[in-house]
Every structure is written in C-alpha cells, then in structure tokens.
Design a protein around this ligand. Structure first.
Ligand SMILES: Cc1cc2nc3c(=O)[nH]c(=O)nc-3n(C[C@H](O)[C@H](O)[C@H](O)COP(=O)(O)OP(=O)(O)OC[C@H]3O[C@@H](n4cnc5c(N)ncnc54)[C@H](O)[C@@H]3O)c2cc1C
Length: 394
C-alpha cells in the first residue's frame, strides 16, 4: 500500500490479484477441457479418466493441502472459487472437487495426526480421490443415528477395529481410494460413540454396493458401501475415539459452503446460457433480449445470483479468518440452492422448447440443481440450524 493510501475493507466479492488469477485459470480450464465432455460424461454416468488426471495435475484436487505434502497450499476461499467456476460448466465435476477439498482434505488437515498427514495428504494431492461416508439407509438428516459398528479387537500389534454395516449415497465412491467412514464403537453411548476411520479402497471386507442411477449430477458416482468384518488398524482412527460426531459436524459446516459454491456456479452457468440465447434467438422480428419482459427476468436472476454469491463468499471469508461461520454456512447453502433451482428453471423457459432437450446445456443444469436442497443437510435442516442459532431454541 502506497503512502497516504487508506486500507479500506474489501467488498466481499472483490478478489485479491492472486484470487483473480486463480479464478481465471480455473474458468479457462473449465471452458476448454470440461465443457466439451459434459454431455458425454452425463450420458456415460462416469467421469472422463483424462479429466480426472488433469484435475490432479492442476492442483485442483489438493487446493488446501500444504506445499510440503505436494499440495497447492491454497486457501478455503480458493477452493470455493474453484468449485464455483467448475460448477458453472459441470456441477458433477464441481462436487467431485468439492468433496475432495472441503470435506476430505479439510477433515485430514484439521484432525489427522502428523503421521497420518504424511500417510494420506501426499496421495490426495497426487492421484487419490477421497470420499466422505456418514449417511446410511436409516440415518440421513438424523445422521448420528447411524448403525455401522466398529468393534475393538486386540491384535498382535496392539488393537484394531472391525467394521460392519452399510453406508448409502456416498459421492466419489467409484473413483475413491480413501474413505472417511463414521461408525459407532458403542451404540448405547449415542453420538458419543461415533468415531471417524480412514478406510482404504481394497481393504478386505470393504466393498462397493449398488451405484445409484440419478436424476442429476449423473457423472458423479453415488454408491452404497458395504463393510463385512472389515479390519481397520487403530492407526486409522481420525481424531479421538468417540469424537467422530464433532469431526462430522465441523467438516459438514465447511462442506456446506462448498455446496453453496456449487449451486452458485450452476446458477451463474444457467444464467450465462440464458442471456446468450436471449441475444441470439429472434421472435416477432426481434432478438428476445429486446423485449423488456426478457430483460427483467435476466436482471432479476442476476440480482439473486449476486445475493447468493455474497452469502457464499462471506461464509468462506469468515471461515478463512477463523471467525464463527455456522449460521452463515447454513444460510449460504440454503439461499444458493434456492437460487440455483429457480435460475435453472427460468433458463429452461428462456430457451423455450430447446430448453427441454439434451442438445442444449440448460436441461442438464435444471436436473443438477435439485440436489442442492438435499445433500449435506436438506434445506429444512439448514433452516433448523439457522433457527436454533438465531432463536436460541432446541
Ligand atoms: C446424490 C447424493 C449424494 C450424496 N452424497 C453423500 C456423501 O458423499 N456422503 C454422505 O454421508 N451422504 C451423502 N448423501 C446423503 C445426503 O446427505 C442425505 O440424502 C441427506 O442428508 C438427506 O437424508 P435422507 O435422504 O435420509 O432424507 P431424510 O432425512 O429422510 O429426509 C426426508 C425429508 O424429511 C425432511 N426432514 C427430516 N427431518 C426433519 C425435521 N426434523 N424437520 C423437518 N423436516 C425434516 C427432510 O428435510 C427431507 O425433506 C448424498 C445424497 C445424494 C442424493
């Protein structure tokens, strides 16, 4: 800062030079490398293998991993910018990057021991996808009613845990090499029995179950996980035994901002397609954009996207500053999911009949938008969190 200049607080959406450069490079990558693959990946219900490799090479799968472990050494805010930029092109790739960074890497950065960090972070930065397994058939919103059991067993080298049970709806499961799995060591202890384990793909007794055939984000894999007498070393317990609920809650608080960013990107992408179409499509001898009704719809959508952006960026900045962000995280996921669904729906209408077919990208974005109100806590659960925090009710 030059002499005489005042250090004014930055507007929330005002990015530093580094952030602008980073955002630009991710946007360019998404436009050049992801956009041509979107339809094919949606239809194949799988990611392109080459694309996955490029995401690692660009450091996008290890944004917050420190450089000493081979990561990009970036901030949480940068992870949010990346998820937003990628999701504006493909929210399926957006959630792959989001789960890796805001859930898995965040959990390890925060809760892994030094030895565990050296064991897993270099792999996550290099070529290993992570997954985060909390939900079960009987426990979704009521996540801590989970039933997967971890039984302590004495072994030759101390002790280990034997996992039995099933997880449902696990994002990245097909691609993942490392799974953060929540299980209970003591059901009678309620949430105080919940413990987080890192389970490696290929561990005997661990198998993928059914892969879901979904409405949206179809390239992203969502699978059941099955644990049958799966032995996990005690050295793979993340944090303390019985403290898994804290790890789950605190990681999901951060993850919610990531889903907010995914939905924000989706809304921005849908808006961009709608605005372009309105300029090109002619009816009644004019471009659609010349009708004031069309201008108003696009202006209203853009305003709502900006509101969502402020909410998402604010929550991410609070997190990076070490401030409280629980309420803001819930609010930003809630509002960005609402806006994404609304904007994607309007974008389909702006395209008319062409919005209803797969030849144009808005049909997919409309399908993809629905998940924002469901995973990492439904919209009702976000409202419950906001209500509790604001109104001091239980
Ligand atoms: C594509 C996809 C990917 C996912 N990825 C993951 C993942 O990677 N890891 C993971 O652990 N989980 C994942 N999930 C699970 C997801 O987080 C849960 O589906 C979600 O939390 C909702 O749980 P549920 O499906 O059991 O619905 P339920 O909890 O049964 O909810 C059904 C409805 O009841 C409402 N409801 C529930 N309780 C209340 C209440 N107290 N008051 C008012 N309304 C209520 C809900 O808001 C919802 O509308 C994923 C799900 C999907 C669909």
């Amino acid at each position: 800062m030059g002499a005489g200049q005042v250090d004014l607080p930055r507007a929330l959406t005002q990015l530093s030079e580094d952030e602008v450069m980073f955002q630009g490079s991710v946007r360019e990558f998404a436009a050049d490398r992801i956009a041509p693959l979107v339809r094919q990946m949606d239809e194949a219900q799988a990611f392109d293998g080459g694309l996955l490799k490029q995401l690692f090479e660009l450091g996008l799968m290890g944004i917050e991993i420190a450089e000493e472990y081979g990561g990009a050494g970036g901030t949480f805010f940068e992870a949010i910018l990346a998820v937003e930029a990628i999701s504006s092109v493909d929210p399926s790739v957006g959630v792959l990057v989001d789960v890796q960074n805001t859930l898995c890497i965040n959990a390890l950065n925060r809760w892994a021991s030094a030895e565990q960090k050296w064991r897993w972070l270099p792999r996550l930065a290099e070529d290993t996808v992570g997954a985060y397994a909390l939900s079960e058939a009987g426990s979704g919103s009521d996540a801590f009613a989970l039933e997967t059991r971890a039984t302590k067993r004495v072994s030759d080298h101390g002790h280990d845990y034997v996992l039995n049970g099933q997880k449902l709806w696990i994002t990245n499961a097909k691609e993942a090499g490392l799974f953060i799995v929540f299980a209970t060591v003591d059901r009678a202890a309620g949430y105080k029995g919940i413990t987080a384990f890192v389970v490696e793909q290929g561990t005997p007794g661990f198998a993928l179950g059914k892969k879901e055939d979904k409405l949206g984000i179809r390239a992203s894999s969502t699978c059941e996980l099955v644990f049958t007498d799966c032995v996990v070393p005690a050295a793979n317990v993340l944090g303390d035994v019985g403290k898994g609920y804290k790890i789950a809650i605190e990681t999901l608080n951060e993850g919610r901002i990531g889903i907010g960013a995914q939905m924000l990107g989706l809304a921005q992408g849908a808006w961009g397609h709608a605005a372009k179409w309105a300029k090109e499509r002619r009816q009644f001898g004019k471009a659609l954009i010349e009708f004031q009704a069309m201008q108003f719809q696009l202006a209203q959508m853009a305003t709502e996207i900006e509101v969502a952006r402020l909410a998402v960026y604010n929550a991410a900045r609070l997190k990076d500053n070490g401030s409280e962000f629980l309420k803001e995280a819930a609010m930003c996921k809630y509002v960005a999911s609402e806006v994404a669904e609304k904007v994607a729906s309007l974008a389909v209408e702006v395209f008319g009949g062409s919005g209803f077919v797969k030849d144009y990208p808005v049909e997919k974005l409309y399908r993809d938008a629905k998940i924002g109100k469901i995973y990492e806590g439904t919209s009702f659960m976000q409202l419950a969190t906001i209500g509790k925090l604001l109104l001091d009710v239980r």
